[in-house]
Ligand binder design. Structure first.
Ligand SMILES: Cc1ncc(COP(=O)(O)O)c(C=O)c1O
Length: 402
């Protein structure tokens, strides 16, 4: 059982807003912000390099904390600026050749899909989208039928930006292992809310961000790389941290995941990420997962009862991300209305997950994403506000029909 009151007392933002935008950025625990602020102030007083030397152990401890979050070894973790950079360092390192195939899912994130299109243009690789099953999840049978020796990479989004769906990451890992192709799940929206075990998933890489369900600082992300990946996949670019310049015309690339990093980094946020990861582990990811699902279920039931609100989440297992459209109301107008009541939600338009949203004929959605520190009362307040809006008893800009 999570002590929700204690978690909220630890989160100053809870006094200010009803924050249901955890899939955008979560509110950090005060220990995270305090660590970042304290380190930044000290840098100004002591010198950045000098403080980094003194705080080397603390900075290093972030690798252990992040590794523990996903059940990896510390040498398998690279700390980078965000999930996109983490993902890019893996993807762009894979030596694609003409005729190779990439398998992905319908709910793939825009930045990843753009990289496939670029690789397709550059190298002539094929990009094949695995169809969804009747529940809107990536269809494992179809995926198995699409596999052949030309598939060099399976890359999927575990939890999409556009809904509560949880794709079967572990089962896809089994498929990838059956052919030996590389496997790169994007776990940006799942780490911190769902238990993640890279060994069980059986991936070569896994990318994630710090600011979402991990509750870390903005500008942080990480890449897990398996031992095989570290040996086989060269980083797409290197610097004096990722590699050593051994003589005028030779170099050696590091033999751990830090080969995917670069030298300069905001040390304050790196420390903050470590604090956030340890905080999440102390609360316990299985407990977080249970509470997030309970709160999201409560929200879905409440929204389903409001005339004109249509839920858009797919999948048999649904996470803390709750998406919906409101008849006759543009998503940004709904978001603005809620924000006027200090309720934070997000809006996602189809450009962020085009294949999925275009396919479902949904141009934009409102996204409410819960975390364990949210209360049942906050969930009910959102539902009540929406009921008021949809009944016409609250004034709000109508905007374009969603
Ligand atoms: C599924 C998914 N992947 C990747 C990203 C990108 O994360 P970042 O902004 O940390 O690069 C996001 C961000 O919303 C996302 O939803």
């Amino acid at each position: 059982m999570i002590d929700v009151l204690a978690a909220r007392l630890d989160t100053p933002g809870c006094l200010e807003v009803n924050h249901l935008n955890n899939a955008g950025t979560a509110l950090p625990p005060k220990a995270v912000s305090e660590a970042v602020l304290a380190f930044t102030s000290q840098e100004a007083l002591l010198g950045g390099y000098e403080l980094a030397e003194r705080a080397a152990e603390e900075i290093e401890s972030t690798y252990d904390a992040v590794a523990a979050l996903v059940n990896a070894g510390r040498r398998q973790i690279a700390l980078v600026e965000n999930a996109t950079r983490a993902w890019d360092m893996a993807f762009y390192g894979i030596p694609f050749e003409k005729g190779d195939r990439i398998l992905t899912c319908r709910s793939e994130y825009a930045s990843n899909y753009l990289a496939y299109l670029q690789a397709s243009r550059r190298y002539g690789v094929g990009v094949d989208v695995i169809p969804d099953n009747e529940y809107g999840e990536l269809d494992l049978v179809a995926a198995a039928n699409m596999l052949d020796r030309r598939v060099k990479l399976i890359a999927i989004t575990h939890v999409p930006t556009s809904g509560g769906l949880v794709n079967p990451a572990r089962e896809v890992g089994e498929l990838a292992r059956s052919t030996g192709c590389y496997y790169l799940p994007d776990a940006c929206q799942s780490v911190g809310q769902i238990p993640i075990d890279v060994a069980a998933i059986g991936c070569d890489f896994l990318s994630s961000t710090g600011r979402k369900f991990v509750r870390g600082p903005r500008g942080t992300g990480f890449l897990y790389a398996s031992d095989r990946a570290i040996v086989e996949v060269e980083p797409p670019f290197i610097d004096g941290h990722a590699a050593t310049w051994t003589s005028a015309d030779s170099f050696v690339i590091r033999d751990d995941a830090r080969r995917y990093e670069n030298w300069e980094f905001n040390h304050a946020t790196r420390i903050g990420l470590g604090v956030a990861a340890r905080y999440a582990m102390r609360i316990g990811i299985p407990s977080i997962w249970a509470r997030v699902r309970m709160l999201a279920k409560r929200l879905r039931s409440a929204l389903a009862a409001i005339d004109g609100v249509r839920l858009c989440d797919q999948g048999r297992i649904q996470c803390g991300i709750v998406t919906f459209v409101c008849a006759g109301r543009a998503a940004p107008a709904v978001k603005a209305f809620l924000q006027g009541r200090k309720i934070n939600c997000g809006v996602i338009d189809a450009s962020w997950t085009r294949i999925d949203m275009d396919g479902r004929g949904i141009p934009e959605i409102v996204r409410a994403s819960v975390h364990y520190y949210n209360t049942e009362g906050e969930i009910d307040t959102l539902a009540e506000a929406l009921a008021e809006l949809m009944s016409g008893s609250a004034s709000a800009p109508r905007g374009l029909p969603a």
